[in-house]
Unconditional design. Structure first.
Length: 249
């Protein structure tokens, strides 16, 4: 075991999953390959109440992936709560989130993290790096719905983000824990960061077709909750108060 393996993790990759048994091992291998020999890291998988073989596959994977840590929801609480559980469980000061279906490419994480680290240390708590998926590998209806949703979001929230639905994002743990939390908040992280007085930088990332398993949500069940949440975030923006620190002793 190297000294790097014994060092506290610098970055945690948080992966929320529900019924993704076939995607666990391939994605773990890719995350490990992307981050090994770069920074000390941990991988936090949050099983959001899976009823397939996901829990067994994850438990067995700990033998081959020592950086892997597991948290399980007894019942499904949704992706946003799974992300929040993973961030709270993480020990690293910086967080990368990744969808568990294999469509995000872990090889993009180092570029996002390098961009994040290029900011001064005092600015990182007010910075979010968001993936911007190129050549979306989804069907036409999903691409259209995403384009419309991103357009409406950008117009109403001014979130400076062309692809706020991309699961690949990077931010500080402290920043996330300081944000208001609600169901589906993971779709609004850029707007919530700006509400804190921070900045959002979008970085072009790869997007891959889903090779295993099926999507856990569709167009209509995202559309209606998205409208309600959109107005909720607009209310939060109007109620925001960001103090200017004049002195700190």
């Amino acid at each position: 075991m190297s000294d790097k393996d014994l060092s506290p993790p610098r970055i945690a990759v948080v992966v929320p999953v529900k019924n993704e048994a076939d995607n666990i091992l391939p994605l773990l291998g890719e995350i490990t390959a992307a981050l090994s020999d770069r920074w000390p890291f941990e991988i936090v998988y949050v099983d959001d109440g899976s009823d397939d073989e996901t829990p067994a596959v994850l438990a067995a994977a700990k033998r081959d992936f020592p950086q892997l840590r597991l948290v399980r929801h007894r019942e499904s609480c949704g992706q946003s709560q799974a992300v929040a559980t993973g961030v709270k469980a993480a020990r690293a000061p910086y967080i990368a989130t990744l969808d568990g279906d294999g469509q995000n490419d872990p090889a993009d994480i180092p570029a996002l993290f390098e961009r994040f680290l290029s900011a001064s240390e005092s600015d990182r708590d007010l910075l979010l790096i968001a993936g911007f998926r190129q050549k979306r590998q989804d069907n036409g209806l999903r691409r259209l719905s995403s384009k419309v949703a991103n357009g409406i979001r950008a117009s109403l929230l001014n979130d400076a983000t062309p692809d706020s639905g991309c699961g690949l994002k990077l931010f500080s743990r402290d920043a996330f824990l300081d944000m208001p939390r609600f169901n589906h908040m993971h779709r609004f992280l850029p707007a919530l960061m700006i509400r804190r007085g921070g900045d959002v930088v979008s970085v072009r990332v790869n997007h891959r077709p889903r090779e295993r398993g099926v999507s856990k949500y569709g167009l209509w069940n995202r559309l209606w909750v998205g409208i309600v949440d959109l107005f909720g975030v607009m209310w939060l923006q109007r109620r925001a108060s960001v103090p200017i620190i004049d002195r700190r002793d």
